[in-house]
Design a protein around this ligand. Structure first.
Ligand SMILES: [Zn+2]
Length: 195
């Protein structure tokens, strides 16, 4: 009985010790106000935190090219100011961001296009452009972690409509269940070595 209680306690404590982390350097190429970047990081960080993955945001300084791989960020996200929506209506996330994937399905760099993001946020003013940029960053990091494909539901869907913007404004837009299992596992496998 006493052993059972002890094991139960260990399991209940496990998430606190089990949280994975990954580092993401955000390169503010378009020179957006720092506050915009910080708000986007907070939104993207929330999405990962809800899966017990802590994102450590870094700047885009010399560490990005550090000779020692342990000092380099796990991912680099470049924020660009350009980009336009191809049409009104449900908008392909490809207009708002792009993950650069290697042939083996991995990658460590993505771009997000603040111009297109702001256009969609203006079209459906139910969510802010910083919020939408945060979810676009989370989507592209999702590609870099679990591959190029899109899913019919959740954050890895191919396009966003007003409905998804309303959901993300309430922080209800998340990775789907399978992705919520796959992403922390991938972070542990790929980046757990630095512990
Ligand atoms: Zn995508």
């Amino acid at each position: 009985m006493r052993n059972g209680l002890l094991i139960g306690m260990m399991f209940s404590l496990a998430p606190a010790f089990g949280a994975e982390h990954m580092s993401v350097a955000v390169c503010n190429i378009g020179d957006l106000p720092a506050q915009v970047i910080e708000r986007a990081e907070a939104e993207a960080g929330y999405v990962f935190q809800s899966m017990d993955v802590e994102v450590r945001w870094t700047g885009c300084g010399a560490e990005v090219d550090a000779a020692d791989a342990r000092l380099r960020p796990d991912f680099i996200v470049r924020v660009r100011v350009g980009g336009h929506l191809p049409k009104a209506g449900a908008t392909s996330l490809e207009a708002m961001g792009r993950a650069f994937m290697n042939v083996d399905g991995t990658g460590n760099m993505a771009d997000v296009y603040y111009g297109a993001i702001r256009e969609l946020a203006n079209l459906y003013p139910v969510a802010g452009s910083e919020q939408l940029m945060g979810y676009t960053i989370a989507h592209e990091l999702g590609h870099l972690l679990i591959g190029a494909g899109h899913r019919p539901n959740g954050l890895m869907r191919a396009a966003l409509s007003k409905k998804e913007l309303e959901a993300l404004n309430r922080r209800h837009l998340k990775f789907n269940e399978a992705e919520q299992a796959a992403i922390p596992a991938q972070v542990a496998v790929a980046y757990g070595w630095r512990r």
